[in-house]
Design a protein around this ligand. Structure first.
Ligand SMILES: CC(C)(COP(=O)(O)OP(=O)(O)OC[C@H]1O[C@@H](n2cnc3c(N)ncnc32)[C@H](O)[C@@H]1OP(=O)(O)O)[C@@H](O)C(=O)NCCC(=O)NCCS
Length: 274
């Protein structure tokens, strides 16, 4: 990663995690090869299997070097390090983005040391990888997680990822859209569309529309009356008329409100398409 422009990589930063201690989060580089080997050798077989899908018996320096020193245009490895009093660093968690062949998405994966779980390390790595993905113009991150990996699915769920369970598959497809929030917050809705919903003063009053609405409500009243009057528990025709009329009147009122709301939403949608 020696030739990487600094702006393409997240800045190193200090994190305070749930144990109240400070850790360093930064991209991995060639100098971290030994740290990756040591990290790997300290992981339980179960953790290695969960992360890589099979048991890797030997993490050679060459393999570790490839994990740490990646092509930054295709891959972003982030690490969380514990610092000791002498200024030394020990790798405790890794998260990685690997760009997909479509150039618009990237796969993400995480591994946290067995003794440093539930401190928020995976969550922080995910947040920073998500931000890096956005800066790289990616549309989404994705992952494939085993159905029984409650921890990883928990982290993704916690961060609002979409989980697609398929009945016939051992893996859950995880999808994290990146561009949506940007569109929502960066590109406000056009003002005219807003005013249709927000300001009643601009809506022109039309007698014809009022007559049509009243006629529709009268028809609705007739239908409701016809439906409810046979259910009024009385043999007195006056009582049947009274309670049938009152019930149909209430229902026609609801119909009026629903009709008005439908018209406003329809008008808003029509305006926002202009
Ligand atoms: C999955 C893994 C990366 C999670 O790391 P972590 O740092 O412990 O996760 P976090 O502390 O950020 O957890 C965030 C949230 O996820 C959920 N979560 C995490 N671990 C969980 C578990 N074991 N069971 C249920 N929910 C869990 C919780 O909601 C948690 O929030 P909380 O602690 O406030 O309740 C870690 O367990 C790991 O390395 N597993 C082995 C490797 C692996 O499976 N990698 C994924 C390959 S695709």
């Amino acid at each position: 990663m020696s030739g990487t422009p600094p702006s393409a990589l997240p800045r190193p930063r200090l994190l305070r995690l749930k144990d109240g201690r400070d850790y360093a989060l930064r991209p991995l580089h060639a100098g971290d090869t030994a740290a990756v080997v040591a990290f790997f050798h300290s992981l339980s077989p179960e953790t290695i299997r969960s992360r890589y899908g099979y048991l890797i018996h030997d993490m050679t320096p060459d393999r570790a070097h490839r994990l740490a020193d990646c092509d930054p245009a295709r891959e972003l490895p982030l690490g969380i390090f514990e610092r000791d009093a002498g200024g030394g660093e020990r790798l405790r968690a890794m998260g990685r983005l690997v760009h997909g062949p479509d150039g618009r998405s990237a796969e993400c994966a995480f591994v946290v040391h067995d003794d440093w779980r539930r401190l928020g390390m995976a969550s922080r790595l995910l947040l920073h990888l998500r931000a890096a993905g956005r800066r790289r113009g990616l549309e989404r991150l994705f992952a494939q997680v085993r159905r029984d990996n409650r921890a990883m699915l928990g982290v993704f769920r916690h961060h609002g990822a979409r989980l697609h369970f398929r009945p016939d598959a051992d893996y859950v497809e995880v999808d994290i859209p990146l561009l949506k929030p940007k569109i929502l917050f960066d590109k406000p809705l056009p003002a005219p569309s807003f005013s249709v919903m927000a300001t009643s003063g601009k809506k022109p009053f039309s007698v014809v529309t009022l007559i049509i609405d009243l006629a529709l409500t009268a028809i609705a009243f007739g239908i409701f009356y016809w439906l409810v009057n046979s259910h009024v528990p009385s043999n007195d025709p006056a009582m049947v008329k009274l309670w049938g009329g009152l019930a149909a009147g209430c229902m026609a009122g609801v119909f009026w409100l629903a009709w008005q709301m439908l018209k406003v939403v329809f008008q808003f949608q029509r305006e926002s398409r202009k």
